[in-house]
Design a protein. Structure first.
Length: 623
């Protein structure tokens, strides 16, 4: 019924919805005695105190948080008290009064004299319009909403562990400090983009032809070529730690994200079950990686290739009835992208502070219109309908996945995290069957993030991007005999892919420049100039003259021939006829003389060629 109440115009309008007992309790908060006990008399007595000097005196008697609630309603929310947003902004709810254990005997606070509704304890409350106009004259504007930030991420997270030790038959409870991993992504993302594109070019990336998700073999292959590896290494697997309870495997994050991102950006296409570079993907191999990543991010915001909620395996029902209630992913992503534009560049923000900021600034989004069709473990006991904490379960899980698996993988965000099984427990743990889960999602450990300059560029906060200087740890010595000898740190996975593509490995630390191998690579679309640039930058000395000549010769040989497309070979009965057709103004644009009696006609010019032939007085039979 409260939802049907219009915005209250007068104090009397609001008081009219209260019972006599409720009005008497409100009157006891005022320094007056009623002239009568009838409802109309009580309303009149209270109303006279909620105006002029009496109202100002009453407002001054409120505590700071209560005054903030009034200020928000007067200046920001058109008289309505938004409890969820207020709690998110101020960290506590205002004092509305006291109640006994069973909520039967309730005593209102003075704040109830300002906010009126269909009942004294209704969740939907309003500040009457006439009261708003008067309060606006002296109630200061509330503090501006700000997103907390810091120069450094937290170093440790205090975790309460509680589990049952079956061997000792006892419940274990312990408090531990878990170190937080700070992970910088900006430079790595640009290197990983090139590495994964090259892996696709080599035909080593396979996905399902139904779900378009990478296969297990592909996840492993991609993880091996990522310079930074995945966020969680095998050493983080709890099964390798004998001092902690067993937990579910975390699973791949970056190796899963990259094939999905490339498909969404149409840099790759599916042929059979393998991904193949499109023309845009081939150009991306040598293009500015920052601009490519910006394009990938923009296209990911709109793609329907994947709903990130699908990556939260513990939430069931997404492919059944629950699917029909899911909201458009582009709308959710758009809200989150807008929120990221309000984050400071180069400073750390706690994930929980971002959640509070979204709620307090009314920038929330909805994952499902029918959460009752989604559940954890068991639909009869674990459905998410009208449950306290649904935001943290659905929207919170979705937000973590988008930031962790996609924004961070692309280098938009640096992130700080702990293993998900060490993350503080959430509202999901109260669900039936949740005791069997080590975590709700593999992204639960996301603790903080930092918007990078690359992220600011992708979000169009800055028009240009200055890439950080990349220092190569690898040192190579390129010899006049065309040998390449590794002298320093081992090759990065992407560098090894490039060496394997263009050279022949002759020993553990020696490769050989080979013309046949180089020409084969260029014929497959690999950029020989990019390889030459890599060798120049990684070489301890200037490239020897024989090596420079090698590249000059290979580049010349690889560009001396051009594929102009398909053509048909036409044989003429006489050489004079071939010469006539090849030189006549009506046909010469559409064919070339090949020998004495043959013509070559590009297939895309066939219609024009046949038309010219007929004007010349000849025809070409259909083959």
């Amino acid at each position: 019924m409260a939802d049907a109440v219009p915005l209250l115009k007068t104090v009397a309008d609001g008081l009219a919805f209260h019972t006599v007992d409720e009005l008497k309790k409100l009157l006891n908060l005022l320094p007056i005695q009623p002239s009568g006990t009838r409802k109309a008399e009580l309303i009149d007595a209270i109303s006279t105190q909620l105006t002029g000097k009496s109202l100002k005196t009453l407002w001054k008697s409120l505590d700071d948080i209560q005054q903030a609630a009034v200020a928000e309603a007067v200046h920001n929310t058109h008289g309505h008290h938004d409890g969820e947003a207020f709690l998110a902004k101020y960290g506590q709810a205002p004092d509305w009064g006291s109640r006994d254990t069973y909520s039967y005997a309730r005593e209102p606070s003075k704040l109830r004299l300002f906010f009126l509704s269909t009942g004294m304890y209704s969740r939907v409350v309003y500040l009457p319009v006439e009261m708003q106009a008067e309060l606006k004259a002296y109630v200061p504007k509330p503090k501006a909403l700000a997103l907390d930030r810091s120069d450094q991420p937290p170093e440790e997270l205090t975790v309460e562990r509680r589990y049952y030790d079956f061997e000792r038959r006892t419940l274990i409870q312990e408090t531990v400090e878990v170190p937080i991993t700070a992970y910088e992504t900006e430079r790595l993302a640009q290197q990983e983009l090139a590495a994964v594109l090259r892996l696709v070019h080599l035909g080593r990336v396979s996905v399902s032809d139904k779900t378009y998700m990478p296969t297990k073999a592909t996840l492993k292959a991609i993880a091996e070529v990522l310079p930074g590896g995945d966020y969680y290494a095998e050493a983080d697997d709890p099964e390798t730690d004998q001092n902690r309870p067993p937990s579910d495997p975390i699973g791949a994050i970056k190796p899963f994200a990259w094939p999905m991102l490339l498909q969404a950006a149409k840099l790759v296409t599916l042929e059979g079950k393998k991904l193949k570079l499109t023309k845009a993907g081939q150009k991306a191999l040598t293009a500015d990686p920052a601009k490519t990543i910006q394009s990938i991010w923009k296209k990911w915001l709109k793609t329907t290739l994947l709903d990130e909620l699908r990556r939260v395996d513990s939430i069931k029902g997404q492919t059944g009835k629950g699917k029909r209630g899911l909201t458009a992913v582009s709308s959710r992503r758009g809200e989150i992208a807008t929120a990221l534009t309000q984050c400071p560049v180069g400073q750390w923000v706690l994930f929980k502070d971002l959640e509070r900021f979204l709620i307090a600034s009314h920038q929330t989004f909805t994952v499902s219109r029918n959460p009752e069709n989604l559940y954890i473990s068991e639909p009869g006991y674990g459905n998410l309908y009208d449950t306290v904490g649904v935001w943290s379960i659905l929207e919170g899980s979705y937000l973590r996945c988008l930031l962790f698996e996609y924004a961070a993988t692309l280098g938009l965000l640096d992130i700080a995290f702990v293993p998900p099984y060490d993350a503080p427990g959430g509202d999901w743990q109260s669900f039936w069957g949740a005791d069997d889960l080590s975590f709700l999602s593999r992204y639960d450990g996301l603790t903080a993030f930092r918007l990078t300059p690359l992220g600011a560029f992708c979000l169009e906060l800055t028009p240009d991007y200055d890439a950080p200087e990349i220092t190569a740890d690898t040192t190579l010595r390129v010899l006049p005999n065309l040998d390449i000898v590794l002298m320093g740190a081992p090759l990065q996975p992407a560098e090894r892919l490039m060496m394997d593509t263009f050279t022949l490995q002759t020993s553990d630390a020696v490769w050989k420049l080979d013309r046949d191998q180089a020409l084969k690579a260029t014929a497959e679309g690999h950029d020989l100039k990019a390889f030459q640039t890599f060798l120049t930058e990684a070489s301890a000395d200037a490239l020897p003259q024989p090596v420079k000549q090698f590249f000059k010769d290979c580049l010349s040989r690889s560009t001396s021939l051009q594929d102009r497309g398909l053509a048909r070979l036409i044989e003429c009965k006489e050489a004079s006829l071939a010469t006539l057709i090849a030189n006549d103004s009506r046909t010469k644009k559409y064919c070339y003389l090949a020998g004495d009696r043959h013509l070559v006609m590009p297939t895309d010019q066939e219609t024009r060629f046949r038309s010219g032939l007929r004007k010349l007085g000849y025809s070409l039979p259909l083959s």
